[in-house]
Design a protein around this ligand. Structure first.
Ligand SMILES: *[C@@H]1O[C@H](CO)[C@@H](O)[C@H](O)[C@H]1NC(C)=O
Ligand SMILES: *[C@@H]1O[C@H](CO)[C@@H](O)[C@H](O)[C@H]1NC(C)=O
Ligand SMILES: *[C@@H]1O[C@H](CO)[C@@H](O)[C@H](O)[C@H]1NC(C)=O
Ligand SMILES: *[C@@H]1O[C@H](CO)[C@@H](O)[C@H](O)[C@H]1NC(C)=O
Ligand SMILES: *[C@@H]1O[C@H](CO)[C@@H](O)[C@H](O)[C@H]1NC(C)=O
Length: 333
């Protein structure tokens, strides 16, 4: 009896020795994907196959059977909140190795959260960071984790030793206290509050800020002076233009009122040429001519009516009188 048992154990050990166990059995879980991977001695046997199963408190389930591939994808067969043990064994010609099992695995707790996507929007000196949740292989990040924080670090390009940290629960964030026209770099990772675990770091994304709209005081002064000069010039121009226009209007529409009859005359053409002709006569000048002749006794009208000045007239008329008297005296009796 004891011998039989001993020989049985020996036979078992021989069988176990024949088919080696799978080695380095690990669960690789990324973004809630669940894949069991293992190693096996390559040189051992080309026709060896593997069977892998999952077991939860509910049930055992063979997911991969009779396969030569050294990995088994359990993603579709596990729930992200469930706890599982995965097992794998090697098989050859009806014989099998021992099951090699993993420790307890929970996808939500143990999976590696990949890097978030980053898009930078630069506008008016500000930089807005937009984060894209990493895409899960099963479900979504927000469905599995009620609380997700983004750890963001940003720095001036080339000054990585002065990284600034910023955490946000939103997927959009305005970076504070940026300098205009400067290249900033941003990197982010997911932080799962429930498990105090960080996701993978994203790639570094850089973008330049633009003008923040604030102008240097010197520029403000120059702008003020220039606008003052322009305004002054405009006022002066308007004033002088006004004056010119006013004068023009005054020229064509004089303020003084013309007498009615004059207006009438200007409007209507003169009824006869008399008035026009008579105007030069007014200006005609006459020099007084005095003819003194001792012989011409019969002369009655010695002078033309003098029209020079009052004084001359008086003088001339006085002279005339004398001459007349002279003439009269000289008249033969
Ligand atoms: C298991 O992993 C270790 C380290 O990676 C390696 O040295 C070893 O060869 C692996 N085992 C097999 C059977 O491949
Ligand atoms: C592997 O299997 C094939 C057919 O299934 C067989 O022809 C071959 O001999 C096997 N190799 C070994 C080493 O047993
Ligand atoms: C594995 O393959 C063998 C023969 O190739 C077959 O007899 C066996 O039923 C298969 N097992 C499963 C679980 O499919
Ligand atoms: C594998 O499972 C067995 C029970 O089924 C357990 O005794 C053993 O500790 C497990 N091995 C590992 C590495 O978890
Ligand atoms: C991310 O932020 C959390 C706080 O929200 C902090 O506890 C954690 O250490 C941070 N991770 C890194 C890598 O800075």
């Amino acid at each position: 009896m004891a011998f039989a048992l001993l020989s049985g154990l020996c036979a078992l050990s021989v069988v176990l020795a024949v088919i080696p166990d799978p080695a380095n059995v690990t669960v690789v879980s990324y973004n809630l994907g669940v894949v069991l991977e293992w190693d096996y001695p390559h040189e051992w046997h080309e026709n060896v196959t593997f069977t892998a199963s999952s077991s939860s408190y509910k049930a055992n389930k063979i997911v991969c059977a009779n396969q030569t591939e050294r990995r088994c994808d359990f993603t579709k067969d596990v729930h992200h909140f469930g706890t599982y043990v995965f097992k794998v064994r090697a098989e050859l010609q009806g014989e099998a190795s021992r099951w090699v099992n993993t420790s307890d695995f929970s996808a939500d707790k143990h999976t590696i959260i990949g890097p978030p996507g980053i898009t930078l929007y630069s506008k008016d000196g500000d930089m807005e960071v937009e984060l894209q949740d990493p895409v899960m292989r099963a479900s979504t990040l927000r469905e599995v984790y009620s609380m997700v924080t983004y750890n963001i670090t940003f720095w001036k390009e080339g000054q990585e030793e002065e990284k600034i940290k910023k955490n946000t629960e939103q997927t959009r964030l305005m970076l504070p206290n940026l300098q205009p026209w400067t290249n900033y770099c941003v990197q982010a990772q997911v932080y799962i509050n429930a498990y105090t675990r960080n996701g993978e770091l994203s790639k570094v994304v850089c973008k330049a800020t633009t003008s923040n709209g604030n102008v240097e005081p010197g520029v403000v002064a120059v702008v003020l002076v220039v606008s003052f000069l322009v305004t002054s010039t405009c006022i002066l121009l308007t004033f002088f233009t006004g004056r010119v226009v006013y004068r023009g209007l005054r020229f064509f529409y004089p303020n003084a009122k013309l007498p009615e009859h004059f207006k009438q005359y200007l409007i209507e053409p003169p009824p006869s040429s008399f008035f026009v002709k008579s105007i030069p006569q007014v200006k005609e000048q006459f020099d007084p001519i005095v003819i003194v002749s001792e012989d011409a006794v019969e002369r009655t009208d010695a002078t033309e009516e003098p029209r020079e000045t009052e004084e001359q007239n008086v003088e001339e008329s006085a002279k005339d009188k004398i001459e007349m008297e002279k003439d009269l005296l000289l008249l033969p009796a």
